[in-house]
Ligand binder design. Structure first.
Ligand code: NDP
Ligand code: MG
Length: 378
């Protein structure tokens, strides 16, 4: 029996992880669940999975917690993440919160000697060197949940310790792959949220539409597999079947990589749709269009400069995506703002955790000021 803490349990990854736990009650026990504000969903999860700890990062008074879920310890505010990551005893911690909130949680979990299953990519984008050092210190590899990285990790299991020379990340191209730049200029939030292959949280879905998601994944792969960015390439592959090369092939279904991480080194049975090659017919590849998707080039540039610049990239992107999701700016402002912000970030070569959070705050507010200016002009 393995115990697991799930941070961000009400999200797309969190609920799919719980779906897998539900299928294997004799193998996994949930010890902690956290959400930001989805209280109703969290109460239901607590009723079903009966963790020792539950928490909301946006605090509510204890009086608003129903009687029948008060059996567990409730923690409110940021403290909820820390307790779930590091205080409640757990064999595994699944970090599936969105945004830079994931960085502190990963560091806390590693500091407490926990096996980290990592869905949150912003932690590696902003503080990859810190996360990898901490994982090395405790001698536990980070188990990636992001599908491409899970695929590479799975492929490397058979590589006998040989380092890959080149990594190839596949990208679906998102909802705007066949759109022109002019059409994308006025893309509505609803159009950007309609991903052709994956059903995911809102923030990562917008990141997929700009392809910042793939840029983040290049940085993520750089850290997870200790491979310089110039040896990591992106290829557009609309079917989302090949997740990396050496190929690991599967239908686009996040339960595949989640099951691999939670069951590792064993594979849990999964009754999902299996790949049918005859039905698939063909598999296609394209070169990514960095003019239509400047985010990808920005991510490479940020990683080449290194230090705190990828953190600035993430901070500006978080602010801009939130503004886009609130209909405050149009689509290309997202990458324009990110580009402007990374240009004026004071450079720190080897940022500490504090430097990372300081850069995050400064660049997030800088991006917000830019957004105010744009929104005022209408
Ligand atoms: P969702 O938006 O669906 O869920 C996010 C979860 O985190 C929710 O439980 C949410 O609570 C909670 N949360 C949101 N903001 C905060 C915060 N500031 N502090 C603490 N908790 C917070 O996201 P996804 O599940 O789609 O993605 C989670 C992470 O995994 C992201 O980093 C994403 O990039 C990565 N990922 C996701 C994939 C996917 O298929 N969804 C694929 C690969 C990677 P509440 O419900 O209350 O808002
Ligand atoms: Mg991915």
């Amino acid at each position: 029996m393995q115990t697991i803490a799930i941070l961000g349990s009400t999200g797309s990854i969190g609920t799919q992880a719980l779906e897998l736990v539900r299928l294997h009650p004799e193998e996994f026990r949930v010890v902690a669940l956290t959400a930001r504000s989805s209280r109703k969903k969290l109460f239901e999860q607590v009723r079903e999975f009966r963790p020792e700890v539950a928490g909301l990062t946006e605090p509510i008074p204890m009086s608003e917690i129903p009687e029948d879920v008060r059996f567990c310890r409730w923690v409110m505010g940021e403290e909820a993440l820390r307790v779930a990551a590091a205080e409640v005893p757990a064999d595994m911690v699944l970090v599936s919160v969105v945004g830079i909130a994931g960085l502190q949680s990963v560091m806390d979990a590693l500091g407490a000697n926990r096996q980290v299953l990592l869905a949150n990519k912003e932690a590696l984008v902003t503080g990859g060197h810190l996360v990898m050092d901490a994982a090395k210190r405790i001698g536990k590899p980070i188990l990636p949940v992001d599908s491409e990285h899970s695929a590479i990790f799975q492929c490397l299991q058979g590589a006998g310790g040989n380092q890959p020379v080149r990594l190839l990340l596949t990208a679906s191209g998102g909802p705007f792959r066949t759109w022109t730049r002019e059409q994308m200029q006025n893309a509505t939030r609803a159009q950007a949220l309609k991903h052709p292959n994956w059903s995911m949280g809102a923030k990562i879905t917008i990141d997929s539409a700009t392809m910042m998601n793939k840029g983040f994944e290049v940085i993520e792969a750089r850290w997870l597999f200790d491979t310089p960015c110039d040896r990591i390439n992106v290829v557009v592959h609309p079917e989302s079947i090949i997740h990396s090369v050496i190929a690991q092939l599967a239908c686009p279904d996040m339960r595949e990589p989640i099951q691999f991480a939670i069951g590792f080194p064993e594979r849990l049975p999964l009754a999902n749709k299996k790949l049918d090659f005859a039905e698939l017919g063909g598999i296609t590849f394209f070169k990514p269009d960095t003019e239509k998707f400047p985010a990808l080039a920005l991510a490479y540039k940020a990683m080449e400069r290194g230090g705190n610049i990828p953190c600035a990239l993430n901070a500006a992107n978080e602010a801009a995506v939130a503004a886009y999701l609130h209909d405050r700016i149009s689509f290309y402002w997202i990458t324009d703002i990110v580009g402007e912000c990374i240009e004026c970030t004071p450079f720190i070569k080897e940022p500490s955790v504090e430097d990372i959070f300081k850069t995050n705050e400064e660049i997030y507010s800088l991006a917000q000021r830019k957004i105010e200016g744009i929104a005022k002009k209408g």
